[in-house]
Ligand binder design. Structure first.
Ligand SMILES: *Cc1c(COP(=O)(O)O)cnc(C)c1O
Length: 343
């Protein structure tokens, strides 16, 4: 068993968190004259700092105990909290497998943390031998694993990931932002087995609430408590908590949207792979396709001129474009635009 307290920064262990009015009195009914709120209006009260109602609904949907759930202002806040709980600025390091989501590195830079990068192999999988060679460095505190990975669209091998969690004496953060679009199993059950695992999911993709900013972290209660200690007290607004709660009450809508997106992904993948400008469409466990083309910059700009915006990822993977799966009508317009380029 890993001693989590040894991994946490000294100042974080010692600090006394801000105690808000809603910490002192937790009841729901009464005459509230404790938080200097305006007594008039609908949104005049501060939100629940621990989002109990929302967590209870997430707990039921995911089958994870409430005390193992943390909610952030998007996954981005959770990524930042991982750095702030475990990494001493200017001293510690983290590991990523590239190409991957850009926020890990941005957050590392903000927190003055060095990023070690190991490139994914030719099948976009983790090179375990190279990764393990870094495990003896006691300044290495976090490993980020994005699965399904953005922008490569594939999932990491289950056994490789579990092997990293068991062999690494620091914290492993698995980012499952795209898991709803994948046929592969989630790693979420591993949080009960390993105390050094933090698993992230989000309301931004399959739940269709990117504008709402609610990210989920599933971990053990010790880590959840450290996150609670460092987060701004009211990190998720009342409006945002309600929006996320509302979505969890519309699971049929969520399922049908995920179904349609996956169906469109397969359709678009087949069409694109037959085009002469396309070299390869990579298999996808996500709601986007990574597509290798002959001239990515040219295609990207030609599409922008037709008001179709995709993501040019050539700087990360040679001549690769990342195309988000849209509605059928939108995907059809993309296909037609690409067809005119081939002529
Ligand atoms: C889109 C995305 C997220 C979502 O971030 P939020 O802050 O929750 O919107 C997280 N991780 C990856 C890899 C993503 O691509």
């Amino acid at each position: 068993m890993i001693d989590l307290n040894k991994l946490v920064r000294e100042n974080v262990k010692k600090l006394t968190p801000y105690s808000c009015a809603r910490d002192d009195f937790k009841g729901k009914t009464g005459i509230f004259l404790d938080a200097n709120e305006n007594p008039y209006g609908n949104l005049n009260r501060y939100p629940d700092p621990y989002q109990k109602e929302l967590k209870s609904a997430i707990s039921k949907t995911k089958g994870i105990a409430e005390e193992k759930i943390f909610l952030g202002n998007g996954s981005d806040e959770i990524i930042d909290l991982c750095f702030r709980v475990f990494c001493n600025p200017g001293i510690d390091k983290v590991l990523t497998f590239t190409p991957t989501y850009g926020m890990y590195e941005v957050s590392a830079s903000i927190n003055d943390i060095e990023v070690r990068k190991i490139p994914l192999n030719s099948s976009f999988q983790i090179d375990l031998r190279k990764a393990e060679s870094l495990f003896s460095d006691n300044k290495l505190k976090l490993i980020f694993i994005c699965s399904p990975n953005n922008p490569t669209a594939n999932s990491m091998n289950y056994h490789d990931v579990e092997s990293i969690i068991t062999k690494f004496n620091g914290i492993v953060v698995i980012d499952e932002a795209y898991i709803d679009f994948s046929e592969k199993p989630t790693f979420i059950r591993l949080i009960d087995k390993y105390s050094n695992l933090i698993l992230m999911q989000t309301f931004s993709k399959a739940f269709g609430l990117a504008g709402v900013r609610v990210g989920m972290a599933f971990s053990n209660p010790v880590i959840v408590q450290y996150f609670n200690k460092l987060k701004p007290p009211y990190n998720i607004s009342t409006i945002n908590q309600k929006a996320a709660l509302g979505k969890l009450g519309q699971i049929e809508q969520y399922k049908s949207q995920v179904f349609r997106i996956k169906k469109e992904r397969e359709r678009l993948s087949v069409i694109l792979s037959k085009m002469s400008i396309v070299e390869k469409v990579y298999p996808s466990d996500a709601n986007f396709l990574l597509v290798k083309v002959k001239n990515a910059d040219y295609i990207y700009n030609a599409l922008v001129n037709k008001s179709i915006i995709i993501r040019n990822r050539s700087s990360l993977i040679d001549n690769c474009l990342r195309i988000t799966i849209g509605k059928k009508s939108e995907n059809d317009m993309l296909v037609r635009a690409l067809e005119t380029l081939t002529r």
